[in-house]
Design a protein around this ligand. Structure first.
Ligand code: C5P
Length: 299
């Protein structure tokens, strides 16, 4: 996440995430699921412009980087939007009466498992901390973030790599020692996170991310793990069989660690180089009706 100032406004560039590993440890009494997931931030970013507004005024305007997205209606710009909920929650937590006007340019598709909405909300918390001169410690932003959703804390941590546990809100950040050139492909239909979790069934062997993590942290001279694991992929296939076809297409073009990200429906693969990633992306566009992005992890 990058924050810069332009006159009296702040500009925040905030990334998408990929889940390189996602295990569901079990269903909880509160309806959520305990997870262990390895997340990386990637170069596909949304941009927020935050300007001071009259006291108590919270306004959101949204522009989409897509001509006619087919994977579900764009997030609403009223008080249901996670960005405005984050702004109000921070105002409430700190007792400030200040307002904000936010322009959001959305490049990260929604209903994709890329964490776009959570990333925008985390960017709002960091941006307002600066715009409103709150000088809150990251721990305070983390507390507010955890009340708003499960994925926000990863973005609040502003780390290139983390292992997230609990519902996803406990973040253990790590340095990332490998730059990954990835292709992301988004099918024409999105998936609802809640619906995918509802189809998850317990049972089966637990998958551990140890080898992946030590490879990402540069601790291992061994090659990358042969495959990525996402426990939500099987339940997602019940709702959207296109995910399996897309993963086969990515693997067939030489991408590795191919998987769905989060609760889908976007899938990704790691490529040998940026050039290879560009070739894979263009072939996926020809073979499927997906949108594609060539992205890099950030060191
Ligand atoms: O926390 P978030 O708003 O992203 O979650 C959306 C929905 O996904 C939740 O209402 C819940 O149904 C499901 N979920 C879950 N376990 C998690 C995270 C999300 O069951 N760890």
């Amino acid at each position: 996440m990058r924050i810069s100032r332009r006159d009296d406004a702040l500009i925040v560039e905030t990334p998408a995430k990929l889940n390189l590993h996602l295990e569901v440890l079990g269903r909880r009494d509160d309806g959520f699921h305990d997870l262990e997931t390895v997340m990386v931030a990637v170069s596909l970013c949304d941009t927020l412009l935050l300007r001071p507004a009259l006291p108590g005024q919270f306004v959101l305007r949204q522009r989409l980087a897509f001509a006619a997205p087919s994977w579900g209606p764009a997030p609403p710009t009223d008080d249901r939007n996670l960005v405005l909920r984050a702004a109000r929650a921070l105002a409430e937590a700190t007792g400030t009466t200040r307002g904000v006007e936010i322009e959001l340019l959305k490049r990260i598709p929604w209903q994709a498992g890329l964490g776009g909405g959570s990333s925008d909300a985390a960017a709002t918390l960091w941006g307002l901390n600066q715009l409103w001169g709150l000088q809150l410690a990251p721990a305070v932003l983390h507390r507010v973030a955890a009340t708003l959703g499960s994925d926000l804390n990863f973005f609040v941590a502003r780390t290139p790599l983390a292992v997230c546990t609990g519902r996803g809100e406990h973040v253990q950040p790590y340095p990332l020692r490998r730059r990954l050139d990835c292709v992301i492909a988004q099918p024409p239909e999105g998936l609802s996170t809640a619906a995918v979790f509802r189809h998850w069934q317990p049972g089966g062997a637990m998958h551990r991310p140890d080898q992946l993590l030590s490879w990402l942290r540069g601790e291992s001279a061994l090659a990358a793990p042969a495959s990525a694991y996402n426990a939500l992929q099987s339940p997602a296939l019940v709702l959207h069989s296109g995910v399996a076809r897309l993963c086969r297409a990515l693997a067939g073009l030489g991408a590795t660690l191919v998987s769905m990200t989060g609760s889908g429906s976007a899938c990704f693969g790691v490529c040998r180089s940026r050039r290879h990633a560009a070739q894979v992306a263009s072939r996926v566009r020809r073979q499927t009706d997906c949108l594609t992005w060539v992205v890099q992890t950030q060191l």
